[in-house]
Write a protein that binds this ligand. Structure first.
Ligand SMILES: *Cc1c(COP(=O)(O)O)cnc(C)c1O
Length: 387
């Protein structure tokens, strides 16, 4: 029996268990403790931001970020459409409205030209956006230099959704450190996991202190329970943070494995007619959380993403279409959208391949051999038809 191959599964390094045992031995079984404090220090140091707050999820981190920027019911927030729903849902939690912006071709992330257009247009309607949420999808950095410069021009704060991009950077500047607030996720399928968790990054001490305050029920400094603001229960558990500390020790090695997966796929599949992989622009470094491919339906002579998904599934291999853009989601169908058609093209023709840092050479070979076979069978059929 062959084992199932997952898109991206947890990969422990070894010391996680030691940290978790320490939490048990010291009885810090709570959403605070030494592992939480040290995990925060590790994250800030690694991303070269001044401060980090460890939280129960990336979604919670985004929610707090929007609250701290003063987003209120009826406000508008610009969000990349090509993303996972957790980038946009917290906007709706606050009764605010997402305005979706399409992607550009070099990184598949927020198109700076459309961002500018959206800001101008919304502002002309009397609805100046309260924040901008670019996303570094699949680990590939968005064009942050341009996005930050537009944000500065119009004086709109940026919340960077770096949930998939821990370790990615542009010329050494880490993703998550560009915006006034940066969001990380440590869900089970991310590049490192704490079983579930997230973090907020910032260079502003005030923001991080406020995030910790809001995340622990907004308790005022008083001997009794007193509250002057609505609070949340969003802090990370000390046990999860222990796993996180262990994971930080292997993060760079895991990025190296994932980048090697990409190189293997590129070497084996890059020559197939109609198949392309996303290259890094000069100076960009992707953690290659997921290797993604695009199938050009014309150049591929009939091979579609469905053929590949089906063939992989038959061999118990998980493979997924690229994330469905938010403006196409039933729940966001009435939202404003500034588009160019590119995210729809990605969704219709793109796939995520198994990319875990724990994939063996044999498992990778299973994946690319099946894809190669799909191409040769269908393209051969096509050639026979035309003879
Ligand atoms: C995973 C993810 C999130 C949410 O993080 P959770 O920790 O799962 O809540 C947000 N944005 C993106 C782009 C993600 O991939």
């Amino acid at each position: 029996m062959k084992n199932k191959i997952w898109l991206s599964s947890p990969h422990m390094g070894g010391t996680e268990q030691k940290f978790v045992n320490e939490a048990f031995e010291s009885n810090w079984i709570a959403p605070l403790g030494p592992h939480v404090d040290n995990f925060e220090l590790d994250l800030a140091k690694y991303t070269r931001t001044n401060y980090a707050a460890a939280l129960s999820s990336g979604t919670g981190a985004l929610h707090l970020a929007l609250i701290m920027l003063g987003v209120k019911p009826g406000d508008e927030v610009i969000c990349q459409t090509m993303t996972f729903s957790a980038s946009a849902n917290p906007i709706a939690y606050l009764g605010a409205k997402p305005v979706f912006v399409d992607s550009e071709k070099d990184t598949w992330n927020m198109c700076p030209d459309l961002l500018r257009k959206a800001i101008k247009d919304r502002t002309a309607q009397g609805k100046k956006p309260k924040a901008i949420i670019p996303v570094h999808l699949y680990g590939m950095p968005a064009k942050m230099d341009k996005i930050m410069s537009i944000a500065r021009t119009y004086d709109i704060p940026v919340i960077e959704d770096a949930a998939e991009a821990l370790g990615s950077n542009i010329n050494g500047k880490m993703m998550g450190s560009y915006g006034v607030l940066g969001v990380l996720s440590f869900n089970g399928n991310k590049i490192i996991t704490t079983s579930g968790g997230g973090a907020l990054l910032s260079n502003h001490k005030g923001h991080i202190n406020k995030a910790r305050f809001l995340a622990t029920q907004a308790r005022d400094a008083a001997p009794h329970y007193q509250h002057s603001e609505i609070g949340y229960n969003y802090r990370m558990s000390n046990i999860s943070a222990g796993i996180g500390r262990g994971q930080m020790e292997v993060l760079d090695a895991h990025i190296a494995y994932r980048r090697k997966n990409f190189e293997t796929y590129k070497r084996e599949l890059g020559g197939l007619a109609g198949l392309s992989l996303l290259e890094e622009p000069v100076g960009y470094f992707s953690n290659r959380w997921l290797t993604t491919i695009l199938i050009d339906p014309i150049l591929s002579q009939g091979v579609t993403k469905e053929h590949i998904i089906e063939a992989l599934k038959a061999d118990d291999i998980e493979c997924r279409p690229l994330w469905k853009p938010m403006h196409l989601q039933p729940v966001f169908k009435d939202s404003h959208f500034y588009g160019n058609g590119f995210s729809e093209y990605l969704f219709n023709n793109g796939l995520c391949l198994p990319s875990g840092s724990n994939l063996t050479t044999e498992e990778l070979k299973r994946v690319f051999t099946i894809i190669k076979n799909v191409f040769s069978l269908i393209q051969l059929d096509k050639q026979l038809e035309t003879v």
